[in-house]
Design a protein around this ligand. Structure first.
Ligand SMILES: [Zn+2]
Length: 181
């Protein structure tokens, strides 16, 4: 709150989550071990990658020059570590219109043929659900409907929602993904 009072509201809210399938973890497991057996290994690899991300964001300014930042690593129960990062950018680097938002955020499926690795990461790690009638026990389900509003309607272009998150572009571009059940 002290940072917001001095520098204004944050511009970027980024979450990084540990992936137990990172090669740096998998390659160091001994016979019969799973990633959850090696919290020492998970901590080291996560910290290494987090520092690389923070260096890109805060030192190299890949999304703009930060005037203030704060981040916190959390472990939820037996879950994997993840880091919440809040960044306040200098005035000239703040996103002000849909072109600015589209430059740093994409809420559409990557092209499977030109970016196969990115497509696999996004479809495996970054999609909501499956929820709705086919998965009524999903934690997001409240009174028979998804409390997060999925599936979202198509959005021809990014729109700024003053005081809240923008509504990101999600064009009806015929790209689809079916979750393996
Ligand atoms: Zn849902």
């Amino acid at each position: 709150m002290a940072l917001v009072r001095k520098f204004g509201k944050h511009d970027l809210f980024i979450t990084m989550t540990c992936n137990p399938n990172w090669p740096e973890i998998i390659h160091e497991l001994r016979l019969g071990e799973e990633a959850n057996d090696r919290l020492d290994l998970i901590s080291k690899v996560f910290n290494m990658k987090l520092n690389a991300l923070l260096k890109d964001l805060l030192h190299n300014g890949v999304l703009g020059t930060a005037v203030a930042d704060i981040h916190v690593v959390e472990w939820q129960k037996r879950g994997l570590p993840h880091d919440h990062i809040l960044i306040i950018l200098r005035s000239q680097d703040k996103s002000r219109d849909s072109n600015d938002y589209d430059r740093i955020v994409c809420a559409e499926l990557p092209d499977k043929s030109t970016h196969p690795e990115l497509y696999n990461i996004v479809t495996f790690r970054m999609l909501h659900g499956p929820c709705g009638a086919i998965h009524p026990s999903c934690p997001c389900m409240v009174n028979g409907a998804c409390s997060k509003g999925y599936p979202k309607t198509f959005q021809p272009q990014t729109e700024d929602s003053t005081g809240s998150y923008p509504t990101y572009q999600q064009r009806d571009d015929s790209k689809t993904f079916t979750h393996p059940t």
